[in-house]
Design a protein around this ligand. Sequence first.
Ligand code: MG
Length: 340
Amino acid sequence: MQLRFSPLTLELRHAFTLAASSRTTTPAMLVELEHDGLTGYGEAAMPPYLGDTQSTATAFFGCLNASRWTDPFRTEEILAEIDALVPGNTAAKAALDIALHDWIGKKLGLPLHKLWGLDAARAPVTSFTIGIATPEIVRQKTREAEPYHMLKVKLGRDTDQQLIETIREITDKPLLVDANQGWTDREDALRMSEWLAARGVVLIEQPFAKTALDDTAWLRERSPLPLIADESAQRLTDVARLRGVFDGINIKLMKCTGLREAHRMITAARALEMKVMLGCMTETSCAISAAAQLAPLADWADLDGALLITNDPFDGATFDNGRILPSARPGIGVRRRVTS
Ligand code: MG
């Protein structure tokens, strides 16, 4: 195969503010794997907290010898080889995994969800993220989210309750809340989870620091709301130790190295009777459409990343009545947008 890669800086529609940071762009890399007249597309989206950058991804891609991959169907071998090269670089690895899967789907003329035996119509409702912002901006974002039936709210500041109340002035849609490791006190967390449950919140993502599993298990015993692991659940090897600590896991392609491992994490979570959320970074429709191919296997989808940027070079997965639908086109199902 022939590998091509280029940097792309994703421009965010609104400044993206989390408990610990704020930014207006996300660095990304676009990848193409070409073989036998077909090109598979992939993407690495690298929000700063992941630790990858355009230069670390470029260095990683630069040390690969893609011409050795003469049979792209040998994904087990190829992806294991890529993963074993260095620890980390999970987003760059995901870009290659997505491009390889896209190529295979195109070669077979099928969208990936068909190859995995999934019914596109079973894809869940997707949430639309409302970041931490002033009440005016929160009202504006809540109104912009009108087509979506579920909202996700980033918490982790002392204005959290005001943020929820502001959204509740506008809408009574179900809310997912993401504390992004921002909570530190067990009793405060329990009171907050009870307060949130009374206001139509349906789950809490990553209440405590990713290593604070004792605090999380304590809260899970008492909380009226299910707890979902994000930062605590990076890869397949993390899933089993989270049983009894969290109720479910939020799987993101950029954390877990791509579709192959994401599919395995879903299988592992189901075997452990845990719930599954499919999440994303701010990403183009390339990585979002790849994740959407797995969406029929998830309980919740949080795949709004491409809606949050203004320079998406692709179209692919679509939204229908609040649900994300995997594209019926082969592979991950994306096309490059024609630019004038
Ligand atoms: Mg999260």
